[in-house]
Design a protein around this ligand. Structure first.
Ligand SMILES: C[S@@+](CC[C@H](N)C(=O)[O-])C[C@H]1O[C@@H](n2cnc3c(N)ncnc32)[C@H](O)[C@@H]1O
Length: 187
């Protein structure tokens, strides 16, 4: 049985659950090396990962991080943290269920951080995949810690026809790192 939106909202309401410093620094390097200017984040929380990603968008010459957060108070505080960091012009935080708020994101997306509720990770990946540019990167955190919740996600990535090449980077929680491929590579 799945969780209701209200249960998720209550559980996550006051928890930061941020990427670790290493994970965030790794994403920062990745985004810098690929010149990412269009980044989408499922699960903004209080904005820690958003700040890392917005800082790299600024370094890359400008662009946008579109974040999304279900809990209104967290979205409000994330915006305040981003503003305090002087990065507001590079960030848009959409409040609500990511399945709705990220539906009209326009590609090409360079980097997708899939860091919300694990049970939605695969649905979110399927939503974002067509918007990702070739060579774009999708990242999901905690795939080892919450292995059972990510079985379908990992199985999906392993199927070449779904258009990704992946590995799990062995950070403490396990970071699924996937590159969008198309054409013959994804056959
Ligand atoms: C692991 S935390 C994100 C941490 C953040 N990326 C960071 O590193 O600072 C997950 C967040 O996803 C949010 N979330 C869960 N389900 C969601 C949904 N369906 N739509 C939008 N946000 C959601 C939760 O409220 C929670 O704040």
């Amino acid at each position: 049985m799945g969780f209701t939106e209200e249960q998720i909202r209550t559980f996550y309401a006051d928890k930061y659950l941020p990427l670790s410093r290493n994970q965030a620094a790794f994403l920062h390097l990745t985004a810098r090396s690929m010149g990412a200017r269009s980044i989408v984040e499922f699960g903004t929380s209080f904005g820690i990962s958003t700040i890392w990603l917005a800082a790299v968008v600024r370094e890359n010459g400008g662009g946008k991080v579109i974040g999304t957060e279900l809990v209104p108070e967290k979205a409000r505080r994330a915006r305040a943290h981003v503003e305090e960091a002087g990065l507001s012009e590079y960030v848009e935080i959409r409040e609500g269920n990511a399945l709705d708020t990220l539906r009209d994101v326009e590609g090409p997306v360079d980097l997708f951080l899939n860091d919300g509720f694990p049970m939605l990770a695969l649905e979110m990946l399927k939503l974002m995949a067509p918007k990702m540019r070739e060579g774009g990167v999708a990242v999901a955190n905690n795939v080892v810690t919450f292995k059972a919740d990510y079985v379908e996600y990992m199985t999906y990535l392993e199927e070449p026809a779904n258009g990704f090449r992946s590995m799990v980077v062995p950070f403490e929680d396990g970071l699924a790192y996937s590159i969008r491929v198309r054409g013959r590579e994804a056959a």
